[in-house]
Ligand binder design. Sequence first.
Ligand SMILES: CC(C)(COP(=O)(O)OP(=O)(O)OC[C@H]1O[C@@H](n2cnc3c(N)ncnc32)[C@H](O)[C@@H]1OP(=O)(O)O)[C@@H](O)C(=O)NCCC(=O)NCCS
Length: 173
Amino acid sequence: MMASMTAIDIVISPARPHHCEALARLHRDAWRLAYRGIIPHLALERMVARRTAEWWARALRRGAPILVAEFAGELAGYAHVGPSRAPPLGYGGELYELYMKPEYQGLGFGQKLFEAAGARLRRRFDRGFLVWALSDNEPAHDFYRAMGGRKICRATSCFDGVRLAKTGYGWRA
Ligand SMILES: CC(C)(COP(=O)(O)OP(=O)(O)OC[C@H]1O[C@@H](n2cnc3c(N)ncnc32)[C@H](O)[C@@H]1OP(=O)(O)O)[C@@H](O)C(=O)NCCC(=O)NCCS
């Protein structure tokens, strides 16, 4: 008899309270990897320290739309979506955050999570959605371009007195 093989794929669902500990760890690891040497060290560590499991639990209690991607029961990534924080740019929704755990990056899972987040954004908001990426975060730009994003504008964010450029990408409805 031939051995049967079970294909394991990524499972995407809304975050629930039992994800909060893993969300805090994933956020810490992914942000340190993505932003070390880009965001000033202390500012980055403060942002990481704020995102405790309790922070995530509070966000869920407030109804924040956060999607999680799990692989074989392990948290592999998350996406946080909502209304655009810059409505005059002409996009109704915004992908606030999309992060894969470092060991799960580059395997095609980010694309699946992006597509799930995009579908949710299109259902909830008119006029498509946008995402911001710090200009020095080059892999993120390659990814958003590969996802069909159109460069729409540049702006800056300030971290401990250091002004960093960021680029907005848009997807039309
Ligand atoms: C950006 C991120 C979400 C992408 O997810 P991922 O699972 O690594 O990406 P995928 O494997 O799904 O890539 C899909 C496509 O995007 C492109 N891509 C992704 N990462 C890339 C990179 N580093 N360089 C070039 N192209 C890239 C490729 O075209 C890829 O398709 P291919 O592998 O068939 O060529 C993930 O790498 C991540 O969490 N990075 C750190 C955090 C971050 O920067 N988040 C965005 C903040 S704005």
